[in-house]
Ligand binder design. Sequence first.
Ligand code: ZN
Length: 500
Amino acid sequence: MAETNTQPLKIFNTLTRKKELFEPIAAPYVGMYVCGPTVYNNAHLGNIRTFMSFDILYRYLQHIGYKVRYVRNITDVGHLVGDGDVGEDKIGRMAKLEKLEPMEIVQRYTNDFHEVTALFNLLPPSIEPTATGHLIEQIEAVTALIEKGLAYESNGSVYFDITKYNEGGQDYGKLSGRILEDLLNETRELDGQSEKRNPLDFALWKKASPEHIMQWDSPWSRGFPGWHLECTCMSTKYLGKQFDIHGGGMDLKFPHHECEIAQAKGLTGQDPVRYWMHTNMLTVNGQKMSKSLNNSFLPAELVAGSHPLLDQPYSPMTVRFFMMQSQYRSTLDFSNDALKAATKGYKRLANGMRTARMLAYNADEAIALDEKKIADIEKTIAGFYSAMNDDLNTSVAIGHLFNLLKYVNMLGLGQLNAAALGEATFQDLIAHFTIFSENILGLKEEKSEGDAVLEGMLNLYREYKLVRNYEKVDEIRAYFKKQGLVIRDTKEKIDWAYEE
Ligand SMILES: [Zn+2]
């Protein structure tokens, strides 16, 4: 393959608010941590967008030669209703409601999360640690923070001391661009928690009330770890005191990621993360997706088309294609019109993926090289890389992919002879079209049945056509149509394709 990826990768760092050259701490190794789901209910589509964005980053980093350790946790304790330091544990609450063990809730929704991520073709992370599996590490971290004078015990709970931390020259609020005084003014009125010295202090360990189901022994009380602590302990355990990338949805910037920075810096004196990356929101018809507005879809509802706001079902790969049409830092608006357009776009690409697999090079001395097309193909491949290197601009990258698709289709339809491209460019085209769509963007062909059945039906079609049994021919056409497929019957060949 020709060397067409010549520019370096740049990513937008939330911490500096700039696009920066990506330089790993210990190339070719890259450490990447993404805050995973709290497994107390079904994964919703906004979560999927976040994980899909980091899936593309994971795929792309590997494609350009990095060896990536991707850690994405499962939060199975400590995340309280309302995201603050008071209230019930989200999982404990669901366990009570459903009269199940908390670990049954955790297992059920972890399974759901894995099913949904597989449905959208997300690669599994290298390590998927759980908060309850790292209680010892969390208790050790709390102990160390108390010893350093950055945390204090109060009534069996332990809080991180923001005032002490900032006196030491740190600036809590840096990531989210918040100023401590403003934060104090915002929170003062709400503060009814006399256990804390400062309303901004956050829980590292919480003493459990008797009715709290999930609790463990600690030097301070029987209780449970604060939500922010697990990510600090698990990211540094598996990726080191300093690692390359930390990601999550933008709603996690404050307070969750701000607290992670404070804890890690308090423990090690070092900034834990080189590049902080945050994905933007998914909106529905211009409005924020939320349960109260009844515009929050579950992936299963989307695929079944069973939500009042959906005109029809949309396949997982259509949704994946749709989500990649905007760059991860832009808001993405979900509407039936946009989804219908994505359905067409995805099918055109899927047909191209099928065509590309069947194309083979035929040398033909009699055919002159088409230098204009050759140059355009090489420029388009380079363009795809430039777009990805520009903070993963999938929106622009897809435009280049469709330009490659145009050539794949011309070859498939016999409008362009492979020999006119020369073997090197022909192979470049096929390889890059396939790598871009399948390996980097993670798209795949969707079929309601296995290939073998469809191929069998196609053979029957050929046989019935030969004996002019048009009634059967029509039946087979109808069979394909029912699955959103169409038989393409041309002079050169008979094949099936997705109905565009
Ligand atoms: Zn986290």
